[in-house]
Design a protein around this ligand. Structure first.
Ligand code: CDP
Length: 319
């Protein structure tokens, strides 16, 4: 951990923990950056015909018929779509035909602390966030408060909400969700790992019972599997699986004219060598050592997409 190196200067820490190419990129002059709409259109076209998010981003009554069997994308299993399960699916993807001018995809890195990016993020037409990240209040200046999609992580339902097995945890979950806009979709992942299925599906019932305006939708495992293969085949990561950030960025590239990424910074220090928490809303490094992802790999490739003008990767403070 970077804290253990008491005798190293901050500059040494930055050099030790940030990939050389990344350091060069971030500290270099990026003032002349623009979108390359031609390269972007090509990428969008390629994504849409390979792993189409407009039709398959999450499970709906349209893309998963009653009576079909749904194949998980990690666990080697299927689930039969009976009436009870089918009833929980929305009729369609509400924004299937929309093209949002400007989208913000807000990763949860500690780099967002003191970034002042809240206003810019909130002025976007569509905002995507992760793992039930907190918004507004003391976070407003740095991350804003607008949320159109927020992902729900099975591990967090388990660790923060006791798998929603008790009344108190259900009440706490419903109360927590109230901070999000009424139209927020909670994009959950019940059909990836069989161990999470029961309590991830429970998030739907709990919010429904609480009369919450926000709806829970279920990631389409077909879309997940396809997207994972798509980026892996193009060398995006050596890890078996992409981070949630990449699954959602891949969808944003299809639904948005322009994609702006904030809070993507998997390194434990900033470029000045200051130690950062893994998440902007927590103190520690919890979550950093996820053997599934290889976020350094992903970062280098996001940097390449930025250089090509396909998306904008925010690396500075916003003021
Ligand atoms: O566990 P999961 O990746 O679903 O959620 P998270 O830890 O809340 O992070 C959300 C996303 O933000 C990740 O998937 C990464 O793409 C990005 N992230 C990052 O780039 N750097 C960090 N220090 C933390 C998150």
């Amino acid at each position: 951990s970077p804290r253990a190196h008491k005798r190293m200067t901050k500059k040494d820490l930055a050099t030790k923990y940030i990939l050389p190419d990344v350091l060069k990129f971030v500290t270099g002059n990026t003032s002349s950056w623009t979108f390359d709409y031609k390269a972007l259109a090509q990428k969008r076209f390629d994504l849409e015909r390979t792993c189409n998010a407009r039709n398959h981003f999450f499970v709906t009554k349209k893309n998963i018929p009653l009576g079909s069997s749904l194949r998980y994308d990690v666990s080697n299993t299927t689930v039969k779509v009976n009436n009870t399960l089918f009833d929980t699916f929305p009729t369609a993807i509400p924004f299937a035909d929309k093209m949002f001018p400007r989208c913000a995809v807000v990763g949860s890195s500690g780099i967002l602390m003191d970034s002042g990016c809240g206003r810019e993020i909130d002025s976007s037409d569509f905002v995507i966030r992760f793992n039930m990240a907190p918004v507004g209040g003391r976070f407003r200046a740095d991350v804003g408060s607008k949320v159109d999609i927020v992902t729900v992580n099975g591990d967090s339902i388990k660790s923060r909400y006791d798998k929603l097995e008790t009344n108190i945890s259900r009440t706490m979950f419903a109360a927590y969700v109230r901070q999000y806009n009424r139209n927020t979709l909670l994009w959950s992942v019940p059909f990836t790992s069989l161990t999470h299925t029961a309590y991830v599906l429970r998030t739907y019932q709990v919010l429904k019972k609480a009369g919450a305006p926000q709806a829970v939708v279920f990631a389409n495992p077909g879309y997940m599997a396809c997207t994972n293969t798509y980026w892996r085949q193009r060398g995006f990561t050596r890890a078996p699986r992409l981070s949630t950030g990449m699954f959602l960025t891949s969808a944003a590239l299809q639904f948005c004219e322009e994609v702006y990424l904030y809070g993507f910074w998997p390194f434990p220090v900033d470029t000045a060598g200051n130690v950062l928490p893994y998440h902007y809303y927590s103190k520690g490094q919890r979550g950093r050592l996820n053997k599934w992802h290889k976020m350094d790999d992903e970062y280098v490739n996001l940097m390449e997409l930025h250089k090509k003008g396909i998306l904008h990767l925010q690396t500075d403070k916003c003021r």
